[in-house]
Design a protein around this ligand. Structure first.
Ligand code: MLT
Length: 387
């Protein structure tokens, strides 16, 4: 296990720089943390939920382990809006996709082989190292547009997929996802599908693994309101487990329910009220305005890279821009250059795995003014570099 969680490492280096240079305005485009406030309709629902707790008649204690029915129904209707059938009784409300991605390992035995695509969101790797599982890596690189596909010669039992991908911003099309589903069915494997960035899809691409035929027999999907609706601090996500999903005589829904009831007491009433408001008609309208704002930031960053002639993936269908470091620089070397010369913080690709070496990730979650300023500063540094 690497000594530090990637984003903790980046934060430590950034804070040390800021402490040594208090006069500098450092712009953070590192961790994918949102900057726009919660949508007004969401805040209203949260306030009302908090008020409910102040009165005997409306007070709530422990929530249902799988989340309140009204929220699960709202999530089910949301899936329906893009043509995917997921029952309210197949959904678990949680405190976020990161927790579920890490905790889901509790219901799988230690001897399962885990496959991740590399570069990879570190949580999939770190949590499985902590559990003592063997991990195999599928290479994402320039040749496959940073979207690895299955290799018939590799045997895996648990497969983590993230699309649109963190960190590379690439997004699988239906045919590519079908290849993974077919592989999982053939190998009796389970896909753990992280769809945290589905709301950023602009092209005609699957928004859920359950848009793919056969997925209900081999997949679990985790999603989050963090990036979709600004819940990084509020915390709420959901996991979908089809009722028919079984392995070795065990029903996976029932097994996860057992795990959650043992270790998790649910999401608070005000937060579940706020989450349900996200899925209301007005909520969807308001969060889409915020998503468009970040998408425009992504476009601004991507067009600067186009201008500079730098290779990148993402930026469309994704809030992340994954770029090749100029002049064959290493990821951390480029991190230091941008921090010192442009006072801009990004995330070194190397922190996401071997195939991330020489790459770098920028996020579009900053505010507009800062994003424009960061892009100008980066352009200046890179132009001087090529002189
Ligand atoms: C990231 O920057 O990769 C994300 O913010 C991490 C996360 O969602 O936990």
């Amino acid at each position: 296990l690497v000594p530090n969680y990637l984003f903790a490492d980046v934060a430590k280096k950034t804070n040390a720089y800021i402490a040594a240079h208090p006069d500098k305005k450092v712009i953070k485009l590192g961790i994918g943390d949102v900057t726009l406030p919660l949508a007004p309709v969401v805040v209203e629902a949260m306030k009302k939920g908090a008020e409910d707790l102040a009165h005997k008649e409306t007070f709530k204690g422990y929530p249902d382990y799988e989340g309140y029915e009204f929220l699960r129904q709202a999530i089910s209707d949301y899936y329906k809006s893009f043509g995917v059938a997921v029952g309210a009784d197949e959904i678990f409300v949680s405190d976020g996709a990161k927790s579920d991605c890490g905790n889901i390992g509790d219901i799988f035995s230690k001897d399962n082989i885990v496959l991740v695509t590399d570069p990879v969101y570190p949580v999939y790797v770190d949590s499985n190292i902590m559990a003592g599982r063997e991990i195999v890596y599928a290479t994402s690189n320039e040749a496959n547009g940073f979207a690895a596909l299955p290799d018939e010669n590799v045997k895996a039992d648990i497969i983590y997929l993230c699309s649109p991908n963190n960190p590379t911003g690439s997004a699988y099309n239906a045919e590519q996802l079908k290849a993974w589903v077919d592989y999982a069915l053939k190998n009796d494997a389970i896909i753990l599908y992280d769809s945290a960035y589905e709301a950023f899809i602009t092209e005609d691409l699957p928004r859920s693994i359950f848009a793919i035929e056969g997925a209900r027999k081999c997949a679990i999907e985790m999603c989050s309101l963090s990036k979709t609706a600004g819940f990084t601090g509020t915390r709420c996500g959901y996991t979908v487990i089809p009722k028919e999903l079984e392995r070795d005589g065990h029903n996976i829904y029932a097994t996860w329910y057992r795990r959650q009831a043992t270790k998790f007491n649910g999401v608070s009433w005000p937060v579940q009220c706020a989450a349900a408001a996200v899925f209301s008609e007005e909520g969807q309208k308001q969060i889409k305005e915020n998503i468009s704002y970040y998408q425009e930031n992504a476009r601004i960053i991507a067009s600067a890279l186009d201008e500079l002639g730098i290779y990148y993936t993402g930026g469309k269908n994704s809030p992340y821009i994954w770029l090749k470091c100029p002049n064959n620089m290493g990821s951390w070397e480029f991190f230091d250059l941008l921090l010192n010369e442009a006072n801009v913080v990004g995330t070194p690709g190397e922190g996401f795995g071997e195939n991330g070496a020489g790459y770098f990730r920028l996020t579009s979650f900053g505010d507009r003014e800062n994003t424009i300023e960061a892009v100008e500063r980066i352009k200046k540094v890179l132009t001087n570099l090529s002189k």
